[in-house]
Design a protein around this ligand. Structure first.
Ligand SMILES: [Zn+2]
Length: 421
């Protein structure tokens, strides 16, 4: 090959790689321009609403937003009439599991089957970003790749992959065994550090520690503090978050002392949270994912009486209430994928019962997780230049909090993930 041909091939390859690199950066395939007109927009939890608004989406980003009269719709844009609807930034669910039987073969399963699962569990509830906090890492990464390639309709997925525990929790043993999944225990701090390092190298976005792991018969296996601390330090060295399943008081204390960032649940086996305790959580910058619906699910599964179930839920609600009153940072999350209670209505009802206002709940769904997980530069608010991640609601969540679960349309990166019939 002569020199000129070499140069041509070289330039061609450079351009090719540049295109591939651009493709890898853009979250989804470019979609046609979209304009959402006539809706009421809540741009962020702390800014005034925009009535009768127009949002223009170009190349996966918000190109313009404002009162209808002030925004020009580009020729050729697809216009979606959102009159009577309410629009917020796309929701986060910070506690999910890509771990249902239908999602466990993500590499090879047919796209329509995966779409059906993603619709039922996530898309139809307005989620454009989720944090998977316990699953098979390779499988979750395979699903994420297919979503990012545009083969599957789904949210942005962050994942911890396999959680770390000193004993397998009793309630997942059967599932793990029957699906031939390997989730080994960790035996020593150095062992935990190696696991953290290996999983981050394989693509994990954080780590999950069972500082308390239920063993049945009222027993809880607590992770030793030096193990929690070593694992957390290793994750923090990579600037990644550490999420803990605390379960009881010892698990809570190990999480706080060990430098954990986020509690995956309110805590069933601990004394009621006092203002002094939640002030400590706030002081340590520990966020809380309430997962209140989970306790309803577990109580029903365990055959508890209505009275016992109500009492148990009220304990969890009061933990969230005390935490929220102390100014703690809540992250919305429901543990779907472990539970099959995909409907978010109960979670919003219970968060509201804990005294959280609409702006506070919207914070837990949008700006708080975006900031916590390092995305606030481009998601979490409806503003010009931000990613076009939007949730369109049938009703006004400022008047009725359960409107947050009646989703009309879910848009991620300008691409429609879900439309209600
Ligand atoms: Zn969970």
């Amino acid at each position: 090959m002569n020199h000129a041909a070499h140069s041509f091939v070289y330039i061609f390859m450079r351009v090719g790689f540049a295109l591939i690199a651009l493709g890898a950066l853009s979250p989804l395939f470019p979609a046609a321009d979209l304009a959402l007109t006539g809706g009421t927009v809540y741009p962020s939890p702390d800014s005034p609403l925009i009535a009768n608004a127009t949002i223009v989406i170009h190349d996966s980003r918000i190109a313009a937003i404002g009162p209808r009269a002030s925004v020009r719709i580009p020729a050729g844009a697809k216009v979606l009439d959102c009159s009577g609807k309410f629009i917020t930034a796309g929701f986060w669910n910070s506690h999910v599991h890509i771990f249902t039987p239908g999602l466990l073969q993500a590499r090879n399963a047919a796209a329509p089957e995966l779409n059906e699962q993603m619709d039922a569990m996530l898309n139809r509830w307005g989620f454009t970003s989720v944090f998977d906090i316990g699953s098979v890492l390779e499988n979750t990464l395979a699903l994420r790749r297919r979503i990012e390639r545009g083969e599957i309709r789904g949210p942005r997925i962050l994942t911890v992959g396999e959680p770390l525990w000193t004993e397998t929790p009793v309630y997942v043993r059967g599932f793990i065994e029957s699906n031939h999944i390997a989730m080994p225990v960790v035996n020593a701090p150095e062992d935990a550090v190696q696991r953290v390092r290996a999983q981050i190298q394989r693509g994990a976005d954080g780590i999950k520690l069972f500082t308390g792991s239920v063993q049945g018969g009222g027993k809880v296996a607590n992770m030793p503090l030096d193990m929690v601390r070593s694992a957390a330090q290793e994750a923090h060295r990579h600037h990644l978050p550490v999420i803990a399943h605390p379960q009881n008081s010892a698990g809570l204390e190990a999480a706080i002392a060990g430098g954990v960032d986020i509690l995956a649940h309110t805590v069933p086996d601990s004394p009621s949270w006092t203002p002094a305790f939640t002030a400590r959580l706030k002081q340590a910058h520990v966020a809380l994912i309430p997962t209140l619906t989970l306790f309803d699910f577990e109580a029903r599964k365990g055959g508890a009486s209505d009275k016992d179930r109500e009492q148990w839920i009220e304990k969890m609600v009061s933990e969230l209430r005390t935490f929220s009153e102390a100014g703690g940072e809540a992250l919305f999350g429901t543990d779907v994928g472990y539970t099959d209670h995909f409907d978010t209505t109960l979670e919003f009802t219970l968060m509201s019962r804990a005294g959280m206002s609409f702006p506070q709940i919207l914070t837990s769904l949008t700006t708080a997780p975006a900031r916590r997980f390092g995305f606030s530069g481009h998601i979490g608010r409806v503003a010009k230049g931000m990613d076009a991640d939007l949730t369109v609601l049938e009703g006004d969540p400022a008047k009725d909090i359960t409107a947050l679960s009646r989703v009309r349309l879910t848009v991620r990166g300008g691409r429609i993930l879900y439309t209600a019939n």
